[in-house]
Every structure is written in C-alpha cells, then in structure tokens.
Design a protein around this ligand. Sequence first.
Ligand SMILES: Nc1ncnc2c1ncn2[C@@H]1O[C@H](COP(=O)(O)OP(=O)(O)OP(=O)(O)O)[C@@H](O)[C@H]1O
Length: 244
Amino acid sequence: MIELRNISLKYGEKEILKNVSLTIEDNTIKAILGPSGVGKSTILKLMLGLIKPTSGQVFVDGTDISAMKESELYPIRRKMGMVFQGNALFDSMSISQNLGFFLRENLNLPEKEVQERVTEQIQFAGLEGYEEQLPESLSGGMRKRVAIGRALIFRPHMILFDEPTAGLDPVSSKKILTLISSLRHHNNLGAVIVTHIIDDVFNVADCVAVLYQGGIIFDDATSKLHGSDHPFIRSILSDKILEL
Ligand SMILES: Nc1ncnc2c1ncn2[C@@H]1O[C@H](COP(=O)(O)OP(=O)(O)OP(=O)(O)O)[C@@H](O)[C@H]1O
C-alpha cells in the first residue's frame, strides 16, 4: 500500500501540490487523472522517493519514506516496478537482454532463474518470437509490453505506469489496457496509472483520483465519476479533453 499524507510540493516558488492525500491499496488498479502539467509525474516521483515533499509524508507499506536516505530507499523501490512514459529500454540490447538486465545487475540470482523469469515475462507480454530483436524493430505497443515485463520481472508489490497509452494507436492502447487489467489477479499486485486520457480510466481503473489545480477534487470508485458535479469533471466527461 502507498499513502501520500498531506503532501505539499513546491518547485522554487511554484506550488505544484497543495495538501494532497491519496491512498493506493494492494490488489487495486488506481488511476490518477489530470491535465498536462498538473503534477501527475511528480506524484510518481514522490512515491518512489526520487523527490522529497516540501511538507507531508509518503508511506510505503506503512513505512514513512519521506525523510529516508538514498541507500535506505533501495529496498523500498524494489517493491515497486516503474513503467516510464518513454519505456526507457536499452536500444542496443535485445528484448531478452532488456528484460533480464536489471535482474542480473541488482539481484544475485542464479542465471537459470534469470532465464526462467525472462521466459515468464516474454509469455505474459505476448512477445514469443521477438526475444532476439532490438527494441527499434518493434511497434510502440510491443515496446510498451517489454517495459511492463521489465517492471514485473522483479515481482513487485506495486507497479506504477506513467501515461501507459500515450502515443499509441487505439488498437495498441486497448491491448496495453487489457494487459494492465490482467494484473488485477496477479499476486495481489497493486497498480497506479497516471494519465490524462479518461478512456484509460474507464477501461482499466477500479478507482480514480482526479488532480486539478494542485488538489484532489475526486477520489472514489471509477463508477462514481459520472455522479460528480465538479465543473472540471463534468467538462472532461462531456468533451474528454484535459488540456485546460
Ligand atoms: N524539476 C522541476 N523543476 C521545476 N519545475 C518542474 C520540475 N519538474 C516538473 N516541474 C513543473 O511542475 C509541474 C508538474 O509537472 P509534472 O511533470 O508532474 O506534470 P504532469 O501532470 O505529469 O504533466 P505531463 O503529463 O505534461 O508530464 C509542471 O508545471 C512542470 O513544468
């Protein structure tokens, strides 16, 4: 479980988050929806301990990480898999090498187990036959699937997605959302999806927090979003445009 408690965050004089509280339960897919530049990626960085809040606390499985040193954060980050917006794959490595790289670097596992985990993720992500290809020869949707496999290979408790369907065509987006939905029954894994695309929320998220002008204006089951009378939520439900 991840909890942000009364988080405020400033970049210089600019206040991005104002007293934000938010919980991500295990075994739940939660979306954080908001317009571009509102602070969604900033929330993911706070959850990973990559930046410190100006005030407030971040709890991961009950442990306050907001004042932790970098070395103390390693085991915490191991609990979380991150899927970056641009995937962050290594261009010169094959798909199999990309999947196994951090496992070989960071966990002292026997090579046989590394191979087994790579094969498991190749199958889960539907990448059979592409093991020896370079990322550049794959479609955007397939590269995203490699990035998801690489995050899952550590067997995290929580997986964080930054704009998982950004830049993908509708068919690839749908496949990625189906893959994310299938995580719901995957070893009690929780997921956070940061997005500005409301269809992503309806397709995949059990619950959603809407971030607007530095604060949370909705935090409940996705099915209740239509019942909100907040003007911003009404406007995104009617035109689905978040670029305000
Ligand atoms: N290191 C930084 N220093 C100063 N300002 C920053 C920094 N990182 C982000 N910002 C600003 O903070 C705001 C929130 O950024 P963030 O990337 O979290 O937004 P976002 O909601 O994820 O948007 P997008 O979807 O466009 O990435 C933006 O105005 C951004 O310009």
